[in-house]
Design a protein around this ligand. Structure first.
Ligand code: NAD
Length: 490
């Protein structure tokens, strides 16, 4: 089977690393490709970064209006090829086709917002700060920017960064997750056609050694990372210690609170979609469902909705939920369900030992519901990253807020209610960067920052929107005096 190539200086090139790891269809265990994986990829990083550094010298001087033109072409090509890319996402990542299509749509929206960079990059000017003296700020690009992506949104997450980085005048090198590199292979076949100069956007495959090579390379000026919190913190620490600008988005354990006055049918539908969508492998997946007050009917409705969810091969449109990414991930999810039991939880709905006809080898876990996890236990604060809902009963909104604010993560917190006063209190006091009110996946649109807090984010400026423009530029302040007789009079 062919080993995936890197894309460097607008050419497809073979990696210097001969060791590989397999890309595996999580529903069938079929090997879909082989990715370079090992210390030799550090040489690939060096080649790509040096080419990107050379490209940057020219690209940064191209007027911004011209820099966004290739993005318009990319938008069109992504739209024309959306179905093909969505199928590739499902093939290597497992999620349903509907979810993969939604993911590509979110990628395209980021390209659209980045097309507004000529406006977004404009800055400030103060005339006459002193007689005949003006002061202004300009935003200039940084240089070579690298992106390290996770497995769960192979088509969308690189686009939180890529279009903004290049529109701002930087060059960009992407390392996709070694588990799902085929989606970006497809996307780079499109990037090849948009007329960018050599080296402006590159693709390098690999794993940990590849990431370390980016973190240590003196020509890399900025790192955008998305992945688990432990690695995010490591990337942030090592990148920052090497003098780089770093934004590192991490994991999550997202609480959702349901008040007795919530619209039950709507809430149950939205919450089950949030918990079980993408088989729970979303950083904005609802995980701890906190019912406040009288909640028997809500639990029953959640149970019924979870039981009805259809699980199977993502390419079959009838299925709402696919497998988790790997056999290792399935074992981990099942282990955590067992650990919850050992901690004293009841397994109301048990998704272990799933067997899907025709896909017996797939990494399937069926919808699971846990109840009665001890508040001080381990599982209640551990990111499961699988289709598992934990039901928690508390007495008041304040108890729910206390619980939420004891969370180490801070990616998302949601409330279901018909009370404006409770909604207002919740959005103000919940310690999370993305808040949903009667929303189950509070994913910011491309024009807003993806605002994780606490251990869900290490850094300052987030991905998407204006934050991306600020992250990918550095400010320069200029003070100018042009003495003239008439100006000296004042
Ligand atoms: P991961 O941390 O295992 O991998 C992410 C990237 O880091 C990959 O490209 C991988 O090659 C690289 N990597 C892995 N181990 C490394 C190491 N020891 N040193 C350096 N680099 C390493 O994450 P994943 O399993 O691919 O993705 C799932 C995680 O990502 C979940 O925790 C999820 O919550 C999180 N996530 C967060 C967001 C967000 O916006 N906050 C979005 C999507 C996913």
């Amino acid at each position: 089977m062919e080993i995936l190539s890197n894309y460097i200086s607008n050419k497809w090139v073979t990696s210097k690393e001969t060791n590989t790891t397999d890309v595996i269809n999580p529903a069938t265990q079929e090997v879909l490709g082989k990715v370079p994986y090992g210390i030799g990829t550090a040489t690939d990083v060096d080649t790509a970064v040096k080419a990107a550094h050379e490209a940057y010298k020219q690209w940064s001087q191209v007027p911004v209006m011209r820099r966004v033109q290739p993005l318009y072409k990319l938008k069109q090509l992504l739209e024309e090829n959306a179905e093909d890319i969505a199928r590739t996402i499902t093939l290597e990542c497992g999620k349903s086709l509907a979810e993969s299509r939604g993911e590509i749509q979110r990628a395209i929206e980021n390209v659209e917002v980045a097309c507004g960079t000529p406006m977004l990059i404009q800055s400030e000017f103060s005339e006459n700060i002193a007689g005949g003296v003006d002061e202004f700020m300009i935003r200039q690009p940084l240089g070579v920017c690298a992106c390290i992506a996770p497995f769960n949104f192979p088509g969308m997450i690189p686009f939180w960064f890529l279009p903004y980085a290049i529109a701002c005048g930087n060059s960009f090198v992407l390392k996709p997750s070694e588990k799902v590199p085929l989606t970006m292979m497809k996307v780079f076949k499109l990037i090849e056609q948009i007329g960018l100069p050599e080296g402006v956007i590159s693709l390098v495959h690999g794993g940990k050694e590849t990431v370390d090579a980016f973190l240590d390379h003196p020509l890399v000026k900025a790192i955008s990372f998305v992945g688990s919190s432990k690695i995010a913190q490591y990337v942030y620490g090592r990148g920052a210690a090497n003098g780089k600008r770093v934004q590192a988005q991490g994991g999550a354990k997202n609480p959702v609170v349901v008040l007795p006055d919530a619209d039950i049918d709507m809430s149950v539908q939205i919450i089950t979609d949030s918990v079980y969508g993408c088989a729970g492998q979303r950083c904005l997946a609802a995980s701890n469902i906190i019912t406040v007050g009288d909640s028997g009917h809500i639990k029953e409705a959640l149970y019924e909705a979870a039981k009805k969810r259809t699980t199977g091969y993502g390419l079959d449109e009838a299925n709402e939920m696919g497998p988790v990414i790997s056999a290792e991930s399935k074992s981990r999810v099942e282990y955590l369900i067992g650990k919850a039991e050992a901690e004293g939880a009841k397994v109301l709905l048990d998704g272990r030992k799933a067997s899907i006809t025709g896909f017996e080898k797939g990494n399937f876990v069926l919808p699971t519901i846990l109840e009665g996890l001890p508040l001080g236990g381990e599982v209640i604060k551990t990111e499961i990253f699988g289709p598992v809902m934990s039901l928690i009963q508390l007495d008041t909104v304040d108890d729910a807020l206390n619980f939420i604010n004891g969370n180490n993560y801070g990616n998302m917190a949601c409330l279901f209610t018909n009370s404006g006063a409770n909604a207002r209190k919740f959005r103000s006091l919940a310690n999370a960067g993305n808040i949903g009110i009667n929303i189950g996946v509070a994913a910011p649109m491309a024009q807003f920052p993806f605002s994780g807090w606490n251990e869900s984010f290490f850094g300052d400026l987030h991905g998407q929107g204006r934050h991306a423009i600020e992250f990918f530029t550095q400010t320069k302040v200029v003070i100018e005096r042009w003495p003239k007789e008439w100006a000296r009079k004042f």
